[in-house]
Write a protein of this length. Structure first.
Ligand code: EPS
Length: 345
């Protein structure tokens, strides 16, 4: 089974990730991963931290002579900015993990919660997702993402204006991102049991990205107001194409299984909780009214969230792909995939 763990604090020495279950003989370089790390750092609403960091991965294990060898792949992304690591604070930030985390883990210094709750962790997730994407690209399965809107603005020029204004005001903004995966075979995931449904895996993975408050697949919440006659994607068949549809309201998944259409996932991302113009709050130590803690932050996490959601979805699809066609080497998987393709139609 494909699985991963991440470790590391936002201002600690580095972020770490281990990917276990990746087959042998996949060509993999640090550049394959660095491309996505660089994309995650981009964004008009990014703040000062991204001027400091230049995220670059070190592949510590699992790759030899440019190819995976089947052993766990260890990754390390060093942090350049570590100066806040020893700066304690107690003025809880509404919207962040501060209060719940400090109570749960019995911490007097909220820094012990902030450091791991920070969306900096998503650099490790993106590194893992880049490997999942590389594996799937061997089978012509490709993953894309985009920003759908920021603060309700669907036009890039308009959302940039909104970001400028919001930066001035010391406020933050949310929005919606979309991920699409093309080239998928019919048959990833399963209808037979709740914890094998692929839409369930995707929803969990995307909802677990910091700041995500809603996940939609295909028509999403619009299914509640669309009659069945307009919602369900009618089936067609011809010899060249095989089975096909003229619409994709199901978002590529029916009965928890890929149906051969692109998988389409959207996520609603809330505004970042650290505001330059702080909200009313309470001090964890004195219990007195205070303003929330202010630290350097971005105006919006929506642009990087698109790249992070892409990684999260790619990982879940690679996991489902290996469950269906899995083998210890890339050659075994290619043989299994070809055999399945040849009996499909
Ligand atoms: C982030 C690094 C962080 C923030 C942001 C994400 O750096 P710093 O806290 O040093 O400015 O820019 O953190 C959050 C959005 C958050 O919720 O904590 C990154 O690398 O993406």
């Amino acid at each position: 089974m494909l699985r991963y763990l991440t470790a590391g604090e936002s201002h600690g020495s580095a972020l770490l990730a281990i990917l276990e279950g990746c087959p042998a003989n996949l060509a993999l370089s640090e550049d394959d991963i660095n491309r996505d790390l660089e994309r995650r750092q981009q964004g008009y609403a990014r703040g000062e931290r991204m001027q400091i960091e230049q995220d670059k991965v070190e592949i510590v294990s699992g790759v030899r002579n440019g190819k995976t060898i089947g052993s766990p792949i260890g990754l390390r992304v060093p942090n350049k900015s570590t100066e806040f690591f020893n700066k304690p604070f107690t003025q809880l930030r509404p919207g962040h993990a501060d209060l719940a985390g400090a109570i749960k883990y019995n911490q007097k210094d909220v820094r012990n919660i902030l450091e791991r709750a920070s969306a900096r962790e998503t650099a490790a997730k993106v590194a893992i997702g880049a490997i999942a994407k590389k594996l799937m690209s061997e089978f012509k399965i490709n993953t894309f993402s985009k920003v759908v809107q920021i603060a309700g603005e669907t036009d890039e020029n308009n959302w940039k204006k909104a970001i400028d204004k919001t930066r001035e005001e010391g406020d933050t903004l949310g929005g919606i991102v979309e991920v699409q995966v093309t080239g998928l075979p019919i048959g990833l995931g399963s209808h037979v049991h709740w914890d094998r449904r692929l839409d369930g895996w995707i929803a969990q993975a995307v909802m677990a990205i910091p700041a995500v408050k809603g996940v939609e697949i295909g028509a999403g919440f619009a299914v509640s107001v669309t009659p069945g006659s307009q919602l369900h994607d009618e089936l067609f068949f011809n010899k060249g194409k095989g089975f096909f549809r003229k619409s994709n309201n199901a978002g590529g998944i029916e009965g928890g299984i890929t149906n051969g259409e692109p998988v389409v996932v959207r996520a609603a991302v809330k505004p970042i909780a650290t505001l330059k113009k702080p909200l009313k709050s309470v001090d964890l130590s004195s219990k007195k009214a205070t303003e929330a803690f202010v630290e350097r932050s971005d105006v919006s996490a929506v642009e990087p969230a698109a790249v992070v959601a892409e990684a999260a979805v790619a990982f879940e699809l690679a996991k489902a792909f290996l469950e269906k066609f899995g083998g210890d080497s890339l050659e075994d998987i290619i043989a299994s995939f070809k055999a399945y393709q040849s009996r499909k139609s």
